[in-house]
Design a protein around this ligand. Sequence first.
Ligand code: BGC
Length: 569
Amino acid sequence: MEAMIGRLYAQLLDAVMRDGAGEGADPARWWQGAIFYQVYVRSFRDANGDGIGDIAGVTEKLDYLAGLGVDGIWLSPFYPSPQVDFGYDITDLRDVDPIHGTLDDVLRMLEAAHDRGLRVIADFVPCHTSDRHPWFRESRESRTNPRHDWYVWADPGPDGTEPNNWLSSFGGRAWTWEPRRSQYYYHPFLACQPALNLRNDDVLREMIDAMIFWRDLGFDGFRLDAVQCIGWDRNLRSNPARVPDEDDVEVGGGPNNPFSMQVHLFDRDAPFGQTVLEKMRSEICPPGSDAVLIGEMADLDSTRLAVKYTAGDTRLHAAYDFDLIQKTDSLHRWIDTLQARSRYIGDGWLMNVLTNHDTVRAVSALAGEAVEAGFRTEAAKLLLFLQATLRGGAIIFQGEELGLPQPQLDREDIEDPWGLNLYPDFPGRDAARTPFPWSSSAVNGGFGEGAEPWLPMPDAHRPLAADDQDGDPGSVLSFVRRLLAWRRTMPVLRTGGDDVCDPDGRPLLRFERFGGGERLRIVANLGTEDLRLASEGQPLDFPTQNATATADGLTLGPFGFAVLDHARA
Ligand code: BGC
C-alpha cells in the first residue's frame, strides 16, 4: 500500500513539476540531474613537478574532462592552508594556496573550462577555519577582543571538564581548552579546525561575501562542506547515547569510533543551519542567477537529511545521497535504500555519489569480493551505468571512470590525521587519494615529472592508466564516454521521476524513469550469479552488459544490465 501511494505521489509530482524535461527546460536549472566530476586537485595532475597537484594541472587536462561528457567539475579546496586536513583547514577564504597555484591560474582555468562548456564549482567550507586563520588567532586571545564570539566558545562544566559530551567524528572530544580565555572551543573535526559561530551576523556576512567573491570571479556555484555541522544546539545540550549497529558501516570512521555511540541530536542539523542556508541561497543565487549550492551531508540519516535540505527552492539546490556509500557494505543492500528514497524524495534533489576523497573506491567498497574474483570491469561499468540512470544527478570521483580499485597503502604512507587517530580500526582516507594514473609507462604514472608524488602511485593502478584505456573500446573509460553521450539524448534521465520495483528477494534492481512524456525501464543484476527474467522486451543496443534476450525472457549475467525500452508518449 505504502509503495502504491508513494508511486502515485511520485507520478503526480512528476506530472506537475517535471513535465518540461528536455525541450524548453529552464536553463537556470542546468544543475538538475547534472553529472559532475570531482577533481581532488592535490592528486589530479602536478604541472610544476613539486609532487602536489595544482590548478595548472587541471587546466592541462580540461580536454580529457570535457571529453568524458560531464556537465561540470567540482574542485576540492585550493585555498591557503597549513594542509593538516589537506585544504579543509583554511587560513584565507579569498586566495589560492601557492602549492596549488595563483588566482591567475584559477582565472585561466575557469575561462578554459567555460570555453569547453564545462561548469566549475568550488568546494567551500562554511563551518570552520584553520586554527591559524587570523580570525581564530584573534578570537582565542581574550574574551573581549572584537572577534571574541566568531567561534563557538563555552565555559567548562562545574567539574572543569568539557561543556558537554560532544565528540569529534575524527576521534576524541570535540572540545579543546584555551588557557588564554579559560574556555573550551568546539571543533566537530580536528582540533585545528575550530567551528565558526554562524549565529554571529558578522561571521555569516564574511562567509557569504567570500562566496560572492568566487562566484563573481566565474565559479558556477559551490559544494558546501559538512553542511550537517552548520547548526548546533544553542544550549549545548549533551547528545543521548546509542548502541552502534550494522548500519554504521562507514559513519564517523565505523562502529569502533565512539562517535557512533551517540545520537547526534544536538551537535548536528539544528534548525538554525537551515536559516543560514536560506540566507546563503538568497544572496548568492538571487532570482536570475544560475549559481548552484550543492551540499555535502554525511554521517547521519543522509538521504532523509538531503531531501529535507533540498525540498522547495530556498536552501540547497541539491545534496549528496550518502546512504549509497555510507550505509551499505554491498550493492545488494542498495535495493531497499533506493526503494525507500523513491517514496519520500518528493521535490528534493539528490546527487548519486558512490565514493569520494573521504571513502573507499566504489568497486572495492560495493563489490570487493567480485573484484577479487575478476569482475572489476563489469562492476565498474555497472556502477557508472547506475550513477547515470538513477534519479537525480551524480558526482563521479576522479579515477572512477577508469574503474580503479582501492589500493593497499603501507602504514608509513598514511598522512590523513583521521587515519592516524583511529588506526588500525580506520586506516584513513589516503588510499582513495593516490595520484591519478595518466600513463602506464610515464614517470610517476604521468601524474607529474619531478618530485615524487605526495602519496605513492599504486602499482595496481598503472596498468589501468587513462592512456591505455583511451583506445580500447572495451575499457571502462570508453564505456563512460559513450554512456554520458547517450544520457544527453535522454532528458528523462536528467529530470524524470522514478519507481523502484520489488526484486522478490533477488539482487535484481529494476526501476523505471518517467517524465516529459518519456519512459525508460531499466534492469540490473547486482551480483555475479545469472538472473533470469520473464519476457522483458528487447534491450536497447546501448547501454548494456551481459544481457541476453531470448524468445521467452532475458538473462542477466554477472553485473548485467539493460535498458528495456524507451517509450515516447
Ligand atoms: C570533507 C573532508 C573534511 C571534512 C572536514 C568533509 O566532509 O569532505 O575531507 O576532512 O569535511 O572539513
